[in-house]
Design a protein around this ligand. Structure first.
Ligand SMILES: [Zn+2]
Length: 305
């Protein structure tokens, strides 16, 4: 696979995608939990090749209808979940002047609770658990000794002090309370996850929450309506592609880097070339910790024309 990324990078195709397809579109790149070394090389490269803007700048441009005010090869950097290592790369983002959005699980940050997908001791794959109903999944995890509110010795998420320190330069936004796949939730469960996370983040950290990332990239029309009712103004998916003036603000597309430390892979993935190839081969470019396609995610893929 490493060789494939190298060939794709040096074939000129990644360059072509960047200069031809990405030039007048907005790309949103998704990370989860990268270390300092990876962050330094990745963001030095991205800041050189793209014009990195904030999610809020993009939202304002969409609301005013003035997308021409955005630079060419505009890119937004996002991180999902609120992993504690995000704090370690904060100085790198700051020194490069890279604005970023971090989507937080309000029930996990500032606690020693763990992300359920990192504590799966059920004997089943995490992908198969994602296909169960919310309650069934919780029962399976519970039988294996994990509860969403269980406190562990080690923390996995950012602390309150870290969030408060970073919030002058980082845009913190919503990612539910405990990270269920929303379409597996009942309407009441989905509403609770969406409303509570917004309220908790706003009151605890004095944040203006208007953006949301769907856990695992999974969403339904019902979830979009719940977000609108809760006062969110946009949401990002893991549907592959670039964004333009016609992209639904609650179905914004993202490119996944899979947190790679391989620069050939980052360059090929950030250009959208990798997702395009996977789409051609009938595969959906997946969420951060897996490339497996789930039925809930088997939606139509399209690169904006
Ligand atoms: Zn997530």
């Amino acid at each position: 696979m490493k060789l494939a990324f190298k060939i794709l990078r040096y074939s000129g195709l990644a360059f072509f995608f960047r200069e031809y397809f990405q030039r007048n579109k907005l790309s949103i790149l998704m990370f989860h939990d990268i270390d300092r070394k990876t962050a330094k090389q990745s963001f030095e490269y991205l800041a050189k090749k793209y014009n990195i803007i904030s999610l809020q700048t993009y939202l304002q441009a969409r609301q005013s209808g003035d997308l021409k005010a955005l630079p060419s090869k505009a890119m937004i950097i996002t991180f999902d979940d609120g992993h504690k290592q995000n704090y370690e790369i904060y100085p790198i983002l700051q020194s490069l002047g890279v604005p970023a959005t971090i989507f937080l699980c309000s029930g996990i940050v500032d606690t020693h609770r763990h992300y359920w997908f990192k504590e799966n001791k059920t004997g089943q794959s995490t992908d198969s658990l994602k296909k169960l109903s919310h309650q069934e999944r919780l029962q399976q995890l519970d039988a294996a000794g994990f509860q969403p509110e269980k406190e562990f010795e080690e923390r996995q998420a950012l602390t309150s002090a870290e969030i408060l320190e970073m919030k002058s330069a980082i845009d913190f936004q919503g990612h539910t309370v405990f990270h269920p796949c929303l379409p597996t939730c009942t309407p009441a469960e989905a509403k609770w996850e969406i409303d509570t996370s917004k309220q908790e983040l706003a009151s605890k950290y004095d944040l203006k929450i208007n953006a949301f990332a769907y856990p695992n990239g999974d969403y339904s029309d019902r979830d979009i309506n719940l977000l609108k009712e809760a006062g969110y103004q946009l949401a990002v998916t893991v549907d592959h592609g670039y964004n333009d003036a016609n992209t639904d603000l609650f179905r914004l597309k993202r490119l996944s880097s899979n947190d790679t430390s391989n620069m050939d892979e980052l360059i090929v993935k950030a250009s959208g070339l990798w997702g395009f190839i996977k789409k051609l081969s009938g595969n959906k470019p997946g969420h951060g910790w897996t490339d497996e396609v789930t039925p809930a995610k088997a939606k139509t893929l399209s690169i904006n024309k």
